[in-house]
Design a protein around this ligand. Structure first.
Ligand SMILES: *Cc1c(COP(=O)(O)O)cnc(C)c1O
Length: 463
């Protein structure tokens, strides 16, 4: 094993050296992939030196998500302390279902969940769990909403037409999860959003009333803290009254920007969070841990137990349920996603997490200020969002993004809101500096200027 760790170090050092010279891996078109990278598997295996060469080559040709050229959705950077925690989780290789198999790692997970509940303002009645991604923490919330609305649902199945409300700007996992949970995609109601991309409360209530009149049973409102395109925050506090009036489960999907709970300056964006029934966030997005680190917390842990616990005498042989995390998780065998987050939190404290979050908003301000100060740009995003949406010289956003990718210059995505399509720069990598953001614009502008022939139609239409 020790020599394997040496090998690992060598491969990583190669990558780090190469990254410091070239922040982008060379673009490989998917149709050329198997010709350009040796991925073939054989019956007999290969010699050690060939194996190492193949690994090195694969690593060097893989897109680089930790550099200052990566602004694609919605993660980035390489937080060293969190990486160390994750590497140790791989070496330890515990499964998180029981105390017997994971020991103190159970405490690592529990203490994170406890602290998150404390920050929200939830007492001992609250708890949570980790799942393999924000789509699946959202799934867990929908299952709990279904079971809370009808205790018989986990046994009899869904026998009523239950409806779920979410803004049309919310994540696509909501309709997927409606299919998975037996509610059905057709039972998802897409509530219009206002000018700032936030769920519109008046429309929400009208849609609920209409559904009730038509014999549906509304069960849940899904709110978003950081919509996928604009990074908008739905009005969390104001929805509770509607939730109470109609007996609805409120979930706050904070996969993208729920980590604002750690910031004194920005937690007002999720004001009223204590009044939702469940809240999820991805530490692998704003906090910058390695993928994936997805957390859901629930105000009343009874809901977690009633929807996710199954007795299994072969598994739960010792210790109190409270330490057998498998009782409240989606999975059976489960990777330790908590240690990377715990390592970072332990090292930098809650104040350090706050700095990480605040720095991203600062970088977003730098980008917005730059765009506002330069007349070749049009800005579509609002303050207090880390998604900077803009167009440059009227060139179609998808053309710029695709060519920057194919010429191995920058990785950045595009999105749309209503009729507009635009480049979406996300300032989620807290390791970037102000200069890195300014360099992004410089690189993009330089690329457009020196490849004018590729953009000619747009440039001549929009001089
Ligand atoms: C990223 C995201 C998700 C999905 O999270 P994954 O970890 O990618 O599954 C869900 N909701 C929102 C708002 C997101 O930004």
């Amino acid at each position: 094993m020790k020599s394997t760790i040496d090998k690992f170090q060598q491969i990583v050092n190669n990558l780090l050296d190469d990254e410091s010279k070239k922040p982008m891996a060379q673009f490989i078109a998917s149709e050329n992939l198997y010709a350009e990278v040796d991925l073939a598997l054989s019956k007999t295996g290969i010699a050690e030196d060939k194996f190492e060469a193949a690994l090195n080559d694969l690593v060097l040709k893989t897109p680089r998500t930790a550099t200052n050229a990566f602004f694609n959705q919605l993660f980035g950077g390489r937080n060293e302390t969190a990486v160390l925690g994750d590497l140790l989780a791989v070496i330890l290789n515990n499964s998180m279902y029981t105390y017997k198999a994971a020991g103190p790692q159970v405490g690592v997970e529990k203490i994170i969940l406890r602290e998150v509940c404390n920050i929200i303002g939830w007492g001992e009645g609250a708890d949570g769990t980790f799942a393999p991604g924000g789509s699946l923490t959202n799934f867990m919330s929908m299952v709990m909403a279904r079971d809370a609305a009808n205790k018989a649902a986990p046994y009899e199945g869904v026998t009523q037409k239950m409806t779920v409300y979410t803004s049309k700007e919310s994540h696509y996992s909501i309709p997927k999860n409606a299919a998975f949970s037996g509610l059905g995609r057709d039972q998802v109601r897409y509530v219009p959003s206002d000018k700032l991309g936030r769920l519109d409360l008046k429309s929400l209530e009208l849609m609920i009333e209409e559904d009730i009149q038509n014999g549906f049973k509304p069960i849940m409102v899904n709110l978003t803290a950081g919509t996928t395109v604009l990074g908008a925050f739905d009005p969390v506090g104001e929805v509770r009254a509607i939730g109470d009036k109609y007996g609805l489960w409120l979930h706050l999907d904070g996969a993208y920007c729920g980590s604002v709970i750690f910031s004194q300056k920005y937690k007002h964006l999720v004001e009223g969070i204590a009044h939702v029934d469940s809240f999820s966030f991805n530490a692998h997005k704003m906090i910058g841990t390695p993928l994936s680190c997805s957390i859901i917390v629930v105000k009343d842990k009874g809901n977690l137990h009633s929807s996710f616990s199954n007795d299994a005498s072969y598994l739960y042989q010792t210790d109190h349920d409270e330490f057998n995390l498998g009782k409240t998780s989606l999975q059976c065998g489960r990777r330790n996603d908590a240690l990377k987050f715990w390592a970072l939190w332990k090292r930098v404290g809650t104040d350090g997490l706050e700095k990480i979050v605040d720095h991203q908003f600062y970088l977003a301000d730098v980008a917005r200020d730059y765009i506002r100060a330069h007349q070749d740009y049009e800005l579509y995003s609002y303050d207090e969002s880390i998604s900077i949406c803009f167009n440059y010289k009227g060139i179609p956003a998808r053309d710029i993004c695709t060519l920057l990718y194919e010429y191995s210059e920058l990785l950045v995505g595009y999105g749309s809101y209503e009729a507009d399509e635009f480049i979406r720069l996300v300032t989620i990598n807290a390791q970037n500096s102000e200069q890195d953001i300014l360099d992004f614009f410089k690189t993009m502008e330089g690329f457009v200027a020196s490849h004018e022939h590729l953009f000619t139609p747009a440039l001549t239409q929009n001089p």
